[in-house]
Design a protein around this ligand. Structure first.
Ligand code: HEC
Ligand code: HEC
Length: 224
């Protein structure tokens, strides 16, 4: 609850931006505009399920769990988070050649449709690792995550919520690149939250946090 309240103003800013740019199109298509707030409309969901399979699954996996290096799992990600990131790619503020090229072809309705679809994908746990997690590294990771308030924003289960992403079980290589990117400025966030969160953390500790989050499972989150 508390984190949602704190982040509400960021959400409002994005909604305003997206709605303003989609206003003209929405007026022309009053039927679609009326249907737009009903995010889970079965027809829209079906259309984007198909388009996801055609356009996105090759990289992100048919169930949203990618096995391609550097490519994030989308399964279990929140629609609000997904839309902020698609928006950043489309505006060229988040830099990745493949994603920018795709995002540039997406209209506002598509950003919404793909994000709503992503929000319906249940989390898929990572494949079982060949060796068990190193207990010393895991406890160091937990300590860092407590100290730097990762749990405060990403939740005790690291499952995120609203525009805060799930990081539990995300690919380690992707977490590593993201955290280093926030620190170096290569990845500007939708807000300054992450830039501030990592600014005082040493690069080696960021890798420990990536190691920890990729292997993190929250016993309390079972059955949720
Ligand atoms: C050619 C491979 C490729 C295709 C096709 C692709 N993606 Fe991506 N996607 C990526 C990579 C790689 C990243 C991570 C980029 C980075 O490191 O910044 C990414 C990132 C994302 C993110 C941000 C996830 C996060 O955790 O921040 C979203 C959302 C996303 N993609 C959605 C889509 C959608 C929707 C489609 C289809 C319309 C799609 N992608 C097609 C490779 C791809
Ligand atoms: C003040 C709230 C806040 C804190 C504290 C915070 N985060 Fe975040 N985090 C966010 C938000 C919001 C995003 C979405 C990034 C954006 O703005 O585009 C994010 C994004 C991320 C991402 C990118 C995930 C993806 O799928 O691309 C990672 C990884 C991450 N955080 C890890 C951490 C770790 C590790 C910590 C602790 C060192 C931490 N965060 C602390 C709010 C926070």
């Amino acid at each position: 609850m508390r984190r949602e309240y704190r982040l509400a103003c960021w959400a409002a800013a994005l909604v305003v931006a997206l709605l303003a740019s989609s206003n003209a199109a929405a007026q022309q298509k009053s039927v679609n505009a009326a249907a737009a707030p009903a995010a889970a409309a079965p027809t829209a969901g079906g259309e984007y399920a198909k388009r996801f399979a055609d356009l996105c699954a090759a990289c992100h996996g048919p169930n949203g769990r990618s096995d391609m290096p550097g490519t994030p799992a989308l399964a279990g990600q929140h629609s609000f988070y997904a839309i902020t990131q698609l928006f950043l790619f489309r505006e060229g503020r988040r830099d990745n050649d493949a994603m920018t090229a795709i995002a540039k072809t997406l209209k506002d309705d598509d950003l919404r449709g793909f994000s709503d679809f992503i929000g319906t994908l249940p989390p898929v746990p990572p494949p079982k690792p060949s060796s068990p997690p190193d207990p010393a590294r895991m406890s160091k990771g937990r300590e860092l995550a407590q100290q730097h308030k990762c749990f405060f924003c990403h939740g005790n289960d690291l499952a995120g919520g609203q525009q805060v992403p799930r990081i539990a079980g995300q690919r380690e290589d992707y977490l590593q690149t993201s955290l280093q990117g926030f620190k170096s400025g290569k990845r500007p966030g939708y807000t300054m939250a992450m830039t501030e969160a990592v600014s005082q953390i040493a690069a080696a500790d960021l890798d420990t946090l990536a190691y920890f989050a990729a292997r993190f499972t929250a016993p309390a989150a079972v059955g949720k």
